[in-house]
Design a protein around this ligand. Structure first.
Ligand code: GAL
Length: 374
């Protein structure tokens, strides 16, 4: 989608949303208010997990901006990856009579009590990017196709190593995301369903001995809180313990960019050289530092999820909820949260490699050429 079209699309979206709601004013950085009470949109609470992971800043700002332009009152909150803080923030939004809550949960299993309060107050809840589990009180889910994210990473490795042509064996080190994040298992399973046959056939070997057999075994390689520094320390440990005597790692399955950044720092510290013995390294989110690492051959790819399109879709869902019209969904079977199948809207993730950074990330306006030195 070209930059010009993107801008026109969001202006048109804001205008169509605006048609349904009231006027505005702002109060402070985190919380902006708009709309005269009693007419149109009302308050929308936006609960983001943290500011320390790049994408959530973009997600929060884009959705907040769209809704403000449409005349909604917004409360945009970040919870520093602290579950209790997020619960308190959601409680405040409920007490402020939010009409709709948009929640990117830190721990999708920890919100049942507070969402029961939301339901009692007749407040609709949209799970944003990450599913909320174990409660009937989540009305919709909007995200990217999380299983496909992992599948794209697995297929990238399969293709790059020539595994379909019987190439190998290669040394693989798998990583998974935070075990409290419902997405992490979808990312991992998407990739592992592609790679597992090659692990079983011996074409992919895991020198660190990480065994991924059972349904929940992905948690043995999960990195809590998606922290770069934790991934770096784990990679240091594996390289120190299992890669001696000249043994090299050939491929690292990293579920996202924050982990890939830490893993790259570990590889650098062990003397791996881009263009020489640097392993294939996957990622997700197209974080700025990682796109620069891709330009420097220190990461092989990232799965880009244009978070603006997620914000646009969620803004449309909010508008439909407020207007009482049909909320658009395109998946009513995949995401069972343990209590019910949550009606969902899935967006397409896209693979980005060095050669298509400009075409995909710059021409679409996600980054300026200047930011990437292009
Ligand atoms: C996931 C999200 C990814 C990544 C990760 C860490 O839930 O889908 O895009 O950002 O969290 O924030």
């Amino acid at each position: 989608m070209s930059k010009k079209f993107r801008v026109l699309a969001s202006v048109a979206l804001a205008a169509s949303l605006a048609a349904t709601s009231a006027c505005s004013s702002t109060r402070d950085a985190e919380e902006s208010t708009s709309g005269s009470s009693g007419s149109g949109g009302g308050l929308v609470g936006i609960a983001m997990p943290t500011r320390s992971l790049e994408r959530w800043n973009n997600d929060g700002a884009h959705l907040d901006d769209l809704l403000k332009k449409a005349g909604y009152t917004t409360s945009l909150q970040f919870a520093d990856n602290k579950v209790d803080q997020q619960i308190t923030q959601i409680e405040n939004m409920i007490n402020q009579n939010a009409k709709v809550l948009v929640v990117a949960s830190i721990d999708g299993t920890a919100l049942s009590p507070v969402l029961e309060k939301a339901a009692n107050a007749k407040i609709k809840v949209i799970a944003y990017d990450r599913l909320i589990n174990g409660t009937p009180n989540v009305d919709y889910y909007a995200t990217f196709d999380n299983y496909l994210v992992g599948k794209l990473q697995g297929e990238f490795i399969e293709e790059k190593l020539g595994l379909k042509d019987g190439k190998g064996p290669f040394n693989l080190e798998p990583f998974a995301g935070s075990s409290d994040d419902n997405n992490a298992k979808f990312f991992f399973n998407g990739a592992w369903d592609v790679l597992k046959p090659y692990v079983e056939s011996g074409k992919l070997v895991i020198p660190s001995g990480k065994k991924i057999a059972g349904e929940e075994d992905w948690k043995t390689v999960s990195i809590t809180g998606w922290k770069s520094e934790t991934a770096q320390a784990e990679m240091d440990n594996r390289l120190n313990s299992f890669y001696t005597g000249g043994k090299k790692v050939n491929v690292v399955l990293s579920p996202n960019d924050s982990l890939a950044l830490g893993i790259a720092q570990s590889l650098d510290s062990k003397g791996y050289k881009p263009g020489a013995d640097y392993p294939i390294l996957t990622g997700q989110d197209a974080d700025l530092a990682n796109v620069k690492n891709i330009q420097a051959d220190k990461q092989s790819m990232t799965v880009w999820k244009d978070t603006r399109t997620l914000g646009d879709q969620v803004a449309k869902m909010i508008d439909a909820i407020v207007k009482g019209t049909t909320v658009e969904v395109n998946d009513e079977k995949t995401y069972n949260n343990g209590n019910k199948v949550v009606p969902s809207y899935l967006l397409p993730p896209v693979v980005v490699v060095k050669d298509d950074i400009k075409a995909k990330l710059v021409d679409s306006g996600f980054y300026t050429a200047d930011k990437l030195g292009l």
